[in-house]
Design a protein around this ligand. Structure first.
Ligand code: GDP
Length: 440
């Protein structure tokens, strides 16, 4: 996420930190480099200019030149301004209606249908709501099918009417169904076009007027940079929407859309999409995002994600097994499943302060555990519970079955052995001792 921008900002601020003596000239140089980094990230020229002017003004106002740690003070100023630019506060969505109606808008391919599913899933699990999804794309039957697939995946009911060609009527019928059947949130997925056109704008505007949603959300692909900002403006002129959803932030985005959109349309970014899976949704926190952009990590979000996926009962079971020395490869496999549910591995690592930089260029993806899983799947249930039974011939068989080398099987066994020992140590009250050893 924003690797390039993070890199350039890091370099810009590093220069300042590296100087023995800070002068007005190198404050000016730093802000110029910050501006260049923003422009390279596809941030609107006017916004980048205003941003650096503010940073410079603050830097001089707060006496950066005489500060004890001028580099750090500059980082803080940049972080605060970046936070402000992206909206300042975290904004939630309005769920006050009975039912609450949420209208999705945006271009085709922006991720509306995927996000509709993610939001329904999020509301269902986090806010214990009972959502209904409504398919209002009357042009592409495949779009209706897609919403049904998503609904099935997350266990949320989908309303559609393939014979009705008026999307306003479908939306109204969906809301009526929600009222009579006790759904308290209605998420309406609409048709998009490849580019802004009058017909699409008229249609979404008519739906908007007819159903008067509590919340109108504009979904936009963050990879499209300045185009995303222009599209946002066109939709906002017609709909005066309530919030922006930035999708595909897991891709190689430059960051321009995330940074510019708030100040152009004056509407908050409410959620971000960070992958194709239904769990890849995050509430947008401007300050946390600013910290991530500046390579300071986002430990709070990381802990939150871990908590979300944390299964207390499972954890207790595992704890008992460790205590009885019965932690086997099946448990290891289920731990891997839990980690995978937390999201894209590279994205997760990026939340650890400093790790983003260290991982740059490394090819870590969702398949990071693929080989380990293949090896474990090639073991018999008995071998998984009793790894000590794995002799040379068994290891050879497992390597063959999983299409890996015996060496990799050995390596996995060694790691597993080390992990088991470490867990045993933590259990025996050694955890504290170990932390002390690590200097904590
Ligand atoms: P719609 O036409 O606006 O309904 O867009 P879709 O929901 O069909 O999404 C278009 C494509 O983008 C699909 O292949 C999705 O899987 C993908 N997509 C949506 N959101 C994300 C995201 O946050 N990250 C990634 N990597 N892909 C996404």
């Amino acid at each position: 996420m924003f690797d390039n921008l993070s890199d350039k900002l890091d370099k810009a601020l590093h220069t300042l930190r590296g100087h023995g003596q800070i002068t007005e000239i190198n404050v000016a140089e730093t802000t110029k480099e910050v501006r260049r980094a923003l422009l390279d990230a596809d941030v609107n020229f006017r916004i980048a200019k205003e941003f650096t002017n503010k940073v410079k003004e603050k830097a001089l106002g707060q006496n950066v030149l005489t500060a004890l740690q001028p580099g750090q003070l500059m980082v803080k100023i940049v972080k605060d301004e970046l936070t402000e630019l992206m909206g300042g506060e975290t904004e939630g969505i309005n769920l006050s209606g009975t039912p609450s109606v949420i209208l999705m808008s945006g271009l085709q391919g922006s991720g509306k249908t995927t996000f509709s599913g993610k939001l329904a899933n999020f509301l269902k699990t986090k806010k214990t709501k009972k959502p209904l999804l409504v398919a209002c794309d009357v042009y592409r039957p495949a779009a209706i099918d897609q919403l049904h697939v998503v609904g099935e995946q997350i266990g949320v009911e989908v309303y559609s009417d393939r014979d009705e060609k008026n999307p306003v009527k479908i939306a109204q019928a969906g809301i009526a169904k929600a009222k009579s059947e006790g759904y308290n949130v209605v998420i309406i997925d609409t048709a998009g076009r490849l580019a802004v056109d009058t017909e699409m704008m008229n249609e979404i505007s008519e739906i908007h007027k007819a159903i008067q949603p509590q919340e109108t959300l504009f979904v936009v692909d963050s990879m499209t940079g300045q185009d995303a900002v222009n599209t946002a403006k066109a939709f906002n002129d017609i709909l005066n929407f309530d919030g922006v959803i930035l999708t595909k932030l897991d891709g190689d985005t430059r960051g321009g859309a995330a940074i510019s959109i708030k100040s152009v349309v004056d509407k908050p970014i409410k959620f971000i999409g960070t992958g194709e899976k239904m769990e890849a949704i995050d509430v947008f926190h401007p300050s946390r995002m600013a910290e991530r952009i500046l390579g300071m990590g986002d430990v709070i979000s990381l802990v939150e994600r871990a908590q979300e996926q944390f299964d207390e009962e499972e954890a207790r079971k595992i704890q008992k097994k460790i205590a009885k020395n019965k932690f086997g490869f099946d448990d290891f496999l289920s731990q891997i499943q839990q980690i995978k549910k937390m999201g894209n591995i590279k994205d997760l690592m990026g939340m650890i302060p400093g790790a983003g930089k260290a991982l740059k260029g490394l090819d870590i993806d969702d398949d990071a555990f693929k080989h380990i899983e293949a090896i474990i799947h090639s073991m018999t249930p008995d071998e998984r519970s009793n790894p000590s039974k794995l002799n040379v011939s068994r290891k050879k068989r497992i390597a063959k079955g999983s299409g890996r080398e015996v060496q990799e099987v050995n390596q996995l066994l060694k790691q597993f052995d080390q992990m088991s020992k470490m867990m045993k140590m933590m259990q025996g009250g050694g955890g504290k001792k170990m932390m002390q050893m690590m200097g904590n």
